[in-house]
Structure formats: structure tokens, C-alpha cells
Design a protein around this ligand. Structure first.
Ligand code: IPE
Ligand code: IPE
Ligand code: MG
Length: 246
């Protein structure tokens, strides 16, 4: 049986998040510049987006640029931003063809205006698509997200809009960039690194973590299927005992 057919439709994760890592090392191994790795990485994005939509995954979130990535060499940052604009222009068709809604999380105001405007345009054009939500994490950092949420919440408490006693998990959730997304069920990181790098710290509280050595530009639909099969073979206990689940 091929990999795709081994995936159980009734046990799909509602939300997959991916730390797309290894573009630079992929290029270096081939004696090419890092930016070529980023360019090749956009093909892996398309594969992953298409495969997820075809399977019926409802939410896919991709870590494309972190708050810490601003500290990379200026030229690399510029090239990544240009690549973002180019990909948005090119992939709008893939989004429309697959009925995918694009959203974004992060300190989006920090993006160069060209990237910001292109992003908003694609978000607007795809807002009624209902098959899958694709969320790009751009200038995203989980700690920055939490700091912003705390600021807004403290302001609301100060102005008697909510009382401190009433703050609970759901209220915190509603103040995060991810307010419209369910918790992450499956977090995938490529390139062999086994760390979270400031991605969705709150939202992955009970996610299953899947690490693979494959470098992001080499990641294919089959690799996504492999991750999903691995996920479906795990027992998610959420603090309970195995016996309680059956
Ligand atoms: C991931 O690949 C893309 C971004 C972080 C923007 P890297 O650029 O981090 O590639 P490596 O980790 O250096 O190989
Ligand atoms: C994480 O990758 C960020 C993205 C994939 C966008 P990095 O390559 O920036 O992470 P570290 O620095 O190795 O932890
Ligand atoms: Mg990296």
C-alpha cells in the first residue's frame, strides 16, 4: 500500500505547524549560495500546502521568518523579503485553485511595505476560501506574541474592560495572533535540529513533535505522509492514563 493510503481520514490532525529549516545547509552542500536554498524551499512549500489541502487538513501554519531572523546579514533578509513577494504573486493561483485561505501571524508591521502590501492583498483575495487555512508566520516570535498579549490585557484590566480574576486560558488565547486557530496537533521540524526556536510556545502545549533530518528544500509530499503516519501511531493521552482512553 502506498503511503498516502495508509493515512486514516478520521485521525487527521486539525492543525499542522512546520518549522521549515535547512535551506542554507541544502545550498551549501551543493556549493551554492544560501538564497538558492530559500528559492528551492518555496517548491517544498507548494508541495506541503497542496498535499495538506488534498488530504483535508484544515489548518497549516508555516514558520517562514522569525523575529530573530532579522539579525541575519542584511542581504539575506532583503532576498527573503523579495522572495516572499515573488512567491505571493506566483502562488495566489495555487491558493485559489485549492480553495485555500491565506492568513499571517507575527509583527507584520515590521515587514517592508512591499511585502506587507502584497501579503494583505492575497489575504483579502482568498478570505472566502474554505477548504484550508494556510497561516504564514512572518516576523513571528512566540515571546513577542505573549508580550503583546500581556500589554493589551493589562490595558483592558486598567480600563475595567475585564477583571484580573476573570483572566483564563481562553481569554489569553483570544489575545494571541493565533486566536482563530485550534491548538497545534502536529509540529514538524526539518533539518535535524530538535528545538522550537521561539515558535508557538503556548499553542504547542500538547502537540506531537516530529523531527526529521531531511533539509526543507528536499521535503516532499511523501515526507508529509510519513510524518502523518507516525503521528497517527502515537497515543495522545493529554495527562490521562492509557486505560482511560480506551
Ligand atoms: C530556514 O532555513 C529558512 C529561514 C529560517 C528563513 P535556514 O536559512 O535556517 O537554513 P539553515 O538552517 O541555515 O540550513
Ligand atoms: C527557525 O529556523 C525559523 C524559521 C524556520 C523561519 P532558524 O534557522 O532561524 O532557527 P535556529 O536559529 O537554528 O534555532
Ligand atoms: Mg536554520
Amino acid at each position: 500500500m502506498n503511503l498516502k493510503d495508509q493515512i486514516l481520514k478520521e485521525k487527521l490532525p486539525a492543525h499542522i505547524a512546520v518549522i521549515m529549516d535547512g535551506n542554507g545547509r541544502w545550498a551549501k552542500k551543493k556549493g551554492m549560495m544560501r538564497v538558492i536554498g530559500h528559492e528551492k524551499g518555496t517548491e517544498a512549500v507548494r508541495q506541503t500546502v497542496e498535499a495538506s489541502a488534498e488530504l483535508g487538513i484544515k489548518h497549516l501554519t508555516l514558520y517562514a521568518f522569525s523575529t530573530e531572523n532579522w539579525n541575519r546579514p542584511k542581504l539575506e533578509v532583503q532576498t527573503l523579503m523579495k522572495l516572499l513577494v515573488k512567491s505571493l504573486k506566483k502562488e495566489i493561483k495555487t491558493l485559489q485553485d485549492n480553495n485555500i485561505k491565506l492568513t499571517a501571524i507575527g509583527a507584520l508591521n515590521d515587514l517592508p511595505s512591499k511585502a506587507y502590501n502584497e501579503l494583505q492583498e492575497v489575504i483579502e483575495k482568498t478570505k472566502d476560501n474554505a477548504n484550508m487555512t494556510l497561516t504564514l508566520a512572518l516576523s513571528y516570535g512566540s515571546r513577542e506574541e505573549l508580550v503583546s498579549a500581556v500589554k493589551v490585557l493589562s490595558d483592558k484590566v486598567k480600563n475595567n474592560i475585564i477583571s484580573a480574576e476573570n483572566i483564563d486560558e481562553s481569554i489569553i488565547n483570544k489575545h494571541l495572533y493565533t486566536q482563530n486557530l485550534p491548538d497545534v496537533d502536529l509540529l514538524i521540524r526539518t533539518s535535524g535540529e530538535q528545538r522550537i526556536s521561539n515558535f508557538l510556545l503556548w499553542q504547542i502545549a500538547y502537540a506531537e513533535l516530529y523531527f526529521t533530518d531531511i533539509l526543507w528544500p528536499d521535503f516532499t509530499k511523501e515526507d508529509l505522509y510519513t510524518a502523518l503516519i507516525n503521528y497517527q501511531n502515537r497515543e495522545r493521552r493529554f495527562g490521562k492514563t492509557s486505560e482511560q482512553l480506551s
